[in-house]
Design a binder for this molecule. Structure first.
Ligand code: GUN
Length: 300
């Protein structure tokens, strides 16, 4: 069997276009422009690339982008003061603090200073608790993107066996909660899981989010299963020339694609969905803040 490709790049473009249509309507009918504030502390090159991309896509869908770039030696108190200021600004509907933060800052303290209603990353402890108890919350963008792709491919996920590999707060744990919410039977596997291959072989849905290049081989995949590869790992690619690199996922694409029913590629799978979901979350936050109906199909 050769797997169907789940094209995250194309799907993300349709989400952005839905968001843009809804934003245009809000502007026209409500005189409301959703706004997203992104805070970057320091000069981590990967974070700078992400933040630039977020800002560009935010304005492309018609929202206002507020970018706050702070020096690496900014004090925690200064960052907290900025967050308070943004919490109080009615033009700001979403606030994202790019992680990782410099070592002298307490990440939990900073994230929990964000107004939960503006926490478009879904990392605030209140949103984690709301998601865990099946209540309306802001949902972390990467798992939300994975859920949207799964629903789009399968329709209902009810009763399916889902194995999430990885137990991070950003992906693994919220992914498990979302799959439970859609009535999957969920197993969360991780680096200490015994007989990981056997566990994965039982899965109708595999979500790999461990950050280890090509860790999942095709012979772990149940024939016909759906594979969602969250990993984005840069590895050396001597076949492309000296010093060259390429991106690979947590799954060995060629061998998994032989067996799976459907699979997301890397790049072009989960990656583009993350920022699309950030925009969707910002739109959702703006609607909720103004007592307006939420956009269809863009929330969990
Ligand atoms: N750094 C890497 N991924 C993320 C993310 O999803 N949100 C934030 N705020 N920082 C990140």
């Amino acid at each position: 069997m050769s797997a169907t490709l789940i094209d995250g790049k194309a799907f993300a473009a349709t989400i952005r276009s839905k968001v843009a249509d809804h934003v245009a309507r809000l502007k026209k009918e409500q005189d409301l422009t959703p706004g997203l504030a992104v805070i970057l502390v320091g000069e981590d090159p990967a974070s700078q690339v992400y933040v630039r991309s977020k800002g560009k896509q935010t304005t492309e869908v018609g929202m206002t982008s507020f970018e706050h770039k702070l020096a690496a030696d900014t004090s925690e108190a200064e960052l907290l003061a900025l967050i308070q200021h943004l919490n109080a600004n009615p033009e700001v509907h979403g606030i994202l603090v790019q992680l990782p933060l410099p070592d002298h800052m307490d990440e939990d303290l900073v994230i929990n200073a964000i107004d939960p209603a503006k926490d478009v990353d879904g990392f605030h402890i209140s949103n984690v608790g709301l998601l865990g108890t099946g209540q309306k919350s802001m949902v972390p963008c990467t798992p939300l993107g994975c859920l949207m792709m799964l629903r789009n491919h399968h329709g209902s996920l009810s009763g399916m066996n889902a194995v999430v590999i990885g137990r991070s707060n950003i992906v693994g744990k919220p992914m498990a909660q979302l799959l439970l919410g859609d009535s999957c039977t969920v197993t969360v596997a991780h680096s200490r899981t015994k007989d990981l291959a056997e566990v994965v072989r039982r899965a109708d849905i595999v979500v790999a989010a461990v950050g280890r290049p090509e860790m999942v081989p095709g012979d772990w995949i149940q024939p016909g299963a759906t594979v969602i590869d969250v990993g984005i790992n840069r590895i050396e690619a001597p076949e492309k020339g000296e010093g060259k690199t390429r991106l690979v996922g947590d799954c060995h694409y060629a061998s998994c694609a032989e067996v799976a029913g459907a699979i997301t590629p890397v790049p072009g799978g989960v990656g583009p969905m993350t920022i699309a979901c950030l925009l969707a979350n910002t739109l959702t936050a703006a609607c909720r803040a103004n007592g307006l109906p939420e956009p269809d199909g863009l929330t969990a």
